[in-house]
Design a protein around this ligand. Structure first.
Ligand code: FES
Length: 98
């Protein structure tokens, strides 16, 4: 079932939108024209990523500064992995299959 999250026309650079899909807390990120959907909390120490910074395809956690690849989810300095979710589209809506 398609779960609507946001209309594509409402995306803007700098967007950090916490969303709940079923039991999962996710974070929708839009930066430099790219959209990402990841787990809301950092896999290192559970810090919310709502105020993360994104540069290119790297996310920096505001907790302890660890960086993650948004392409692979892999932490660049440790073995932590940021869970990523596939984004789907339905007309003007962006969302996920859940
Ligand atoms: S909680 Fe994210 S780097 Fe520590």
């Amino acid at each position: 079932m398609f779960h609507r999250l946001v209309r594509t026309m409402d995306l803007y650079d700098g967007l950090r939108m916490p969303v709940r899909v079923g039991r999962d807390e996710l974070l929708l990120i839009h930066e430099d024209g790219q959209t990402w959907l990841v787990q809301r909390r950092c896999p290192h120490a559970d810090f919310p990523l709502d105020r993360c910074t994104v540069s290119g395809s790297q996310l920096r956690c505001p907790g302890h500064g660890m960086e993650f690849s948004l392409r692979t989810g892999q932490c660049l300095t440790a073995s932590y992995r940021l869970e990523q979710y596939r984004i789907d589209y339905d007309g003007p809506w962006l969302g996920v299959e859940a």
